[in-house]
Design a protein around this ligand. Structure first.
Ligand SMILES: [Cu+2]
Length: 143
């Protein structure tokens, strides 16, 4: 899954973000690792606010965001958005939540209607591992 970015693109990103250059594939995942929703599933109906619990299979561990420890990472929740670019740091905004302290659950307060959720596990630099560890995208309805 390695891909080449044009140099101007990488340079521009580094300037904008002020981060150390880093590529997807720099941090390996452990074969077979899965991230998943524990307490919520596709087509569920919920009332806001609601708790979302994230699971990680036992091959890897959850760590605080800044910790560059082997076979670890931290959870992200992507709301109503496509799967982030695996070659870049996951954006930090209202629809890309970073569980930076190593949390495994987060409370969401979303307006009534349909919403999509995806769990994404990523490394200390907020970049997906190689191979990426992402859940299926599920659709839920807030009553
Ligand atoms: Cu992150």
């Amino acid at each position: 899954m390695k891909s080449m970015l044009p140099l101007w693109c990488v340079t521009a990103s580094a300037l904008v973000l002020g981060v150390t250059l880093s590529y997807a594939g720099e941090t390996p995942s452990v074969d077979g690792t899965r991230v998943y929703f524990i307490n919520i599933k596709h087509n569920d109906q919920v009332e806001s606010p609601f708790l979302v619990q994230l699971g990680l299979s036992e091959q890897m561990g959850v760590a605080p965001a800044a910790a560059d420890w082997p076979d670890t990472g931290h959870h992200h929740l992507v709301i109503n958005s496509p799967t982030p670019n695996p070659n870049k740091s996951i954006p930090k905004d209202k629809v890309h939540l970073h569980l930076n302290m190593g949390q495994t659950e987060v409370t969401l307060d979303l307006p009534p209607g349909q919403h999509t959720l995806q769990a994404v596990f990523a490394d200390y630099a907020h970049i997906m591992h190689e191979d990426p560890i992402v859940s299926d995208t599920i659709t839920i309805t807030v009553k």
